[in-house]
Design a binder for this molecule. Structure first.
Ligand code: ADP
Ligand code: MG
Length: 667
């Protein structure tokens, strides 16, 4: 007859060079009740862990049914333990925080990847409890039970999955003689019901009750004694292979376990989550406020954009006749002075002349704007330089500039005042200034600008091609190009570029002209640079506080791994796969971070809106507004996820690597 368990030449060492077991050979047949007897420290428990597939076989071979256990993967071993092996330990190993029914049911919960019908198993658990005299203890915790009762809970748990093999490691070691007798009787009746029972003991009277005793001494088999023989039929051990598994499915199945655990450690979880929340809130609020302040400060400088250089050249009227050398500067020529600048200064990427009238009168359809309106002559690049946007229509094009087209883009207030009932696009606006009158067809309407300076209101301006301006604009003084707008490529110092262009023209025209960059545009350049550094600085402080929160979570999870050593070991012994243990811890960290993150985002939002509201009460001309900065939102969300995964990873790997024997042995 083929043995159910065949141990061949089995050796084992916890530390290389210090073997505990030496070449054991024995067979156990289906339906036998075998006692393994030996003095303390002889290696009995080690042998049981090997038979129980809780630690890998190092040398020799253990065959159970048709399965060479050293050939199975960790996950397959988990299934194998769950379905074929029932464990009863000297220390009972019950979950202290779960009641009797939950403890019995624990083996039915694993492996997560091969779920069982909990309803059916609950009925079975109740039946088993009744058989073992525990029916009125089902909702009690283990600490409310006697040792004998706890061991009977452990036996019920070992029987729940109908494992054909029961492994008991000194199950009576912690019991009084009466309880011990009940447990031994129970094991005997298991044998009668057809199970194979392996009982470890150092007590010869207990061993004598088995069919056969294998004596172990110093890691070797000293002798074997037979008290009777089994003639039970051979049983078939099914395949422990796991099919394809969907990780999302595993995570969903783990969710109840994990949330129960977070809930069980309420205070600790909440404290850790507060850390993360503060971190996320500060990232969200600081990045949002940093950007907001930057936009506000920059936009308060009228319509000048970032990286914009406004440059002026004018004739030097103070120049004495004797200074005159070479060409005399009176105003810029597009072809001679401005167009070549892009080639000479590669950092100048766009350039437009700026011509402007003083007051201009605008007429359309019987309505008129008398005061404050101005006409500005620009080319097709001007709006691209300042970043000015249109609310409708199109921009002045190169074609318009080349052909001196009579077209215009109007400011938002011009549109409101003159075209309130009429579609502006396509209509012809009449302009009168400097004793000239001319018309232009409206091709676009500019968006309203948030702020304006004292002397200019860009929303009351009309923009026409600078070439058209020069044809119709009136007196000789107005049509000369003295102001120029330039876009400077990112990363260049506006002030330096301004100085370089200034000395370029001074070399060209000597002292006959005066050249200078507009102070505002330099200020904006510097301010932009400063604000960028400042908001990066704010964001880094916030990210550091988030990282500190993350370390908090990692720390808590590590503590929780060490605290739950025995629990992890027990779960693994009962059939939890390493993967599901890892996933459990990772999910716990991600869940904690996720919940904390949502609160953090909410706190951050409330925080910065409160600051803006406070600002609107104390700072004149500063208006409250609701803002969501998507960049900040994205940054905070990504960092929550990163912190969750990063802080869960080390504890998760540590829990996964934990070997069940070490975990079970730890106190
Ligand atoms: P028994 O169950 O017969 O008392 P064990 O199998 O528990 O014996 O232990 C056998 C030997 O292995 C003992 O000398 C013990 O000190 C040693 N041992 C047990 N566990 C470990 C371990 N995790 N690391 C190193 N040595 C161990
Ligand atoms: Mg032992």
């Amino acid at each position: 007859m083929k043995p159910l368990i065949h141990v061949e030449d089995l050796g084992f060492a916890y530390k290389p060079g210090f073997p505990i077991l030496f070449g054991l050979n024995f067979k156990i047949y289906s339906g036998e009740f075998v006692a393994i007897q030996g003095p303390s420290g002889s290696g009995k428990s080690t042998l049981l862990y090997l038979l129980g597939c809780m630690t890998p076989v190092q040398s020799g071979k253990i065959t159970i049914g048709n399965w060479d256990t050293s050939k199975l993967t960790d996950d397959e071993l988990a299934v194998f333990r769950n379905e074929n092996l029932g464990f009863v330990f000297q220390q009972f190993h019950l979950l202290p925080k779960a009641n009797v029914l939950e403890n019995i049911l624990l083996s039915a919960r694993y492996p997560i990847e091969k779920p069982k019908n909990i309803k059916t198993f609950t009925l079975k658990a109740r039946e088993l409890a009744t058989r073992l005299g525990l029916q009125d203890r089902l909702d009690h915790g283990p600490q409310e039970l006697s040792g004998g009762q706890q061991q009977r809970v452990a036996i019920a748990r070992a029987l729940l999955n109908e494992a054909p093999i029961i492994l008991a490691d000194e199950p009576t070691g912690n019991l009084d003689s009466k309880s011990a007798a009940i447990v031994i009787d129970e094991l005997k009746s298991l044998k009668k019901s057809g199970k194979t029972v392996i009982l470890i003991t150092h007590d010869k009277d207990i061993a004598a009750q088995a069919d056969r005793t294998i004596f172990i001494y110093d890691g070797k088999i000293a002798k074997e004694e037979s008290h009777g023989l089994s003639n039970a039929p051979n049983i078939l051990i099914p395949s422990p292979k796991l099919g394809f598994r969907n990780p999302i499915d595993s995570y969903l199945k783990l969710l109840p376990f994990v949330s129960a655990n977070i809930f069980r450690n309420k205070i600790r979880s909440i404290l850790t989550m507060i850390g993360i929340s503060i971190g996320v809130a500060s990232v969200f609020a600081m990045v949002t406020l940093g950007q907001f302040a930057k936009e506000r400060i920059l936009s308060s400088y009228a319509e000048l954009g970032v990286n914009t250089l406004s440059f002026r050249g004018s004739q030097n009227w103070d120049q004495k006749a004797t200074d005159k050398t070479g060409i005399v500067f009176s105003s810029f020529s597009w072809e001679r002075d401005l167009e070549p600048l892009k080639k000479i200064f590669p950092e100048v990427i766009r350039i437009s002349p700026v011509l402007s009238t003083w007051r201009a009168k605008l007429d359309f359809g019987g309505k008129a704007i008398e005061e404050d309106a101005r006409v500005i002559g620009i080319n097709e690049e001007a709006f691209l330089i300042t970043g000015r946007e249109l609310s409708k229509g199109s921009n002045i094009s190169l074609f318009h500039v080349k052909n001196r087209s009579a077209v215009c883009v109007i400011g938002s207030e011009v549109a409101e005042k003159l075209f309130s009932n009429v579609e502006a696009l396509g209509e012809v606006l009449k302009i009168s200034s400097d004793e000239q009158s001319y018309g232009c067809r409206v091709i676009g309407v500019a968006k309203a600008l948030r702020s304006r300076s004292e002397d200019r209101n860009p929303d009351l301006e009309v923009y026409i091609p600078n070439t058209y301006f020069q044809t119709v604009g009136g007196n000789w003084w107005v049509v000369r190009i003295r102001d120029v707008l330039m876009k400077i490529a990112d990363g260049n110092d506006i002030e330096k570029t301004g100085k370089a262009i200034q000395s370029f023209f001074e070399r060209k025209y000597g002292t006959s002209g005066r050249f200078r960059a507009n102070a505002n545009s330099i200020l904006i350049g510097q301010m932009n640079r400063f604000l960028n550094i400042f908001s990066t600085f704010l964001a880094s402080i916030a990210l550091i506080s988030l990282a500190v929160g993350g370390i908090g979570i990692a720390n808590m999870m590590l503590v929780s791994v060490s605290e739950r050593y025995r629990e992890i070991g027990l779960r693994k012994a009962l059939g939890a796969t390493n993967t599901s243990i890892r996933q459990q811890f990772l999910l716990e960290a991600i869940l904690l971070c996720g919940i904390a993150g949502v609160f953090g985002l909410a706190f951050g939002f409330i925080g910065y809106q409160t600051i803006i509201w406070g600002g609107s009460k104390f700072i004149p001309k500063f208006q409250f507004e609701w803002i969501i900065n998507y960049q900040a939102l994205l940054l905070s969300t990504v960092s929550i996820l990163a912190v969750g995964i990063a802080s869960g990873f080390i504890p998760a790997l540590r829990a996964e690597k934990l070997s069940p024997i070490e975990a079970l042995r730890s106190e």
